[in-house]
Design a protein. Structure first.
Length: 316
């Protein structure tokens, strides 16, 4: 009889129901398929009674933030508003569990909680792609990767959604063999199981059905040098092609101009920073390659229909 692995899932308010289900169901199915209690789980929340996920469904839990004992891993699960869920009692609980030697993991945006607790400096970390800009600004010491999950570090992390299922299937295979993991995936009708190194987002090439090396490199340069006020001419020179050739590539494959693509990329990042951080609008403008706050505010309003300050106020 195999040893039973005991996980505790700490559900913080507005947690991702998708990530939670994708983490829990493979464990349940592994028990069902194997005919053994390979896994058991305990649910926890701050108040010890329930937790509400982002789709407003309420999940009853087994316990609160009392000290844990004799478990194999604690997984923290968050979703939207992960900053608000990162409260002093939660950080105290996590630091106490780390000191006690409890292995800890994070699903979806919960890597933010672990980073805030000071656990992830220098650690390869997967977090939902929407939070990459926030991490780059607030936690520059965290070694952020674009993988769906990271399972070979002290702190296991998965980027959210179905990545939690990928992680659990990986853990099942590591503990009980690939045959069981495959059987669980079959029960889930999940035939696109990903390794941890798979990218979270569909690549530019796949998304637009193109295979042009110059365009792929151009977008990579823009993502890496977001804070620089690059012009299409600067970008073309970096690639070693003419500005006209660059314009033709963007028009053919993305149905837009280089200038518009650069502006929209900067605005998307700026909006992420506005809604996810407390940085000043001036700092955000500079971090996203805008030369002045007034110009940034004008372009932002024209694109989103509200000013940067009004955008932040709608979330307060």
């Amino acid at each position: 009889m195999a040893k039973t692995t005991h996980f505790v899932f700490l559900l913080l308010e507005n947690f991702s129901h998708l990530a939670f289900s994708c983490a829990l169901e493979p464990l349940r199915i592994a028990n069902l398929v194997s005919g053994q209690e390979l896994y058991r789980w305990t649910l926890a929340s701050v108040d010890g009674t329930s937790a509400t996920c982002s789709n407003r469904a309420v999940t009853l839990v087994d316990r609160g933030l009392e000290p844990l004992a004799h478990i194999d891993r604690l997984f923290v699960i968050t979703g939207i508003h992960c900053q608000a869920a990162t409260t002093p009692p939660v950080l105290t609980f996590l630091r106490r569990e780390r000191a006690a030697g409890t292995p800890i993991g994070a699903l979806c945006s919960a890597a933010y909680v672990l980073a805030k607790a000071g656990f992830l400096d220098g650690v390869k970390t997967a977090v939902h792609w929407e939070y990459h800009d926030l991490f780059a600004e607030e936690f520059p010491e965290v070694e952020l990767v674009r993988n769906v999950f990271v399972a070979d570090q002290k702190y296991i992390t998965a980027s959210g959604g179905t990545a939690a299922a990928d992680l659990m299937l990986h853990l099942i295979a590591r503990q009980h063999g690939s045959d069981l993991s495959t059987a669980v995936a079959d029960q889930m009708v999940y035939n696109a199981v990903r390794e941890g190194t798979a990218a979270q987002r569909v690549s530019i090439q796949s998304r637009h059905g193109m295979r042009n090396a110059h365009l792929a490199r151009a977008i990579g340069v823009l993502e890496a040098r977001m804070e620089e006020p690059l012009t299409p001419q600067d970008l073309a020179q970096t690639l070693g092609i003419s500005t006209r050739q660059l314009e033709r590539l963007f028009e053919r494959y993305l149905d837009t101009s280089p200038k518009r693509y650069i502006t929209e990329m900067r605005l998307h990042r700026a909006r992420n920073l506005i809604v996810q951080t407390e940085q000043s609008i001036t700092d955000i403008a500079m971090a996203c390659g805008f030369n002045s706050t007034s110009h940034f505010s004008k372009v932002f309003r024209a694109y989103y229909g509200v000013s940067p300050l009004a955008q932040r106020a709608t979330l307060s």
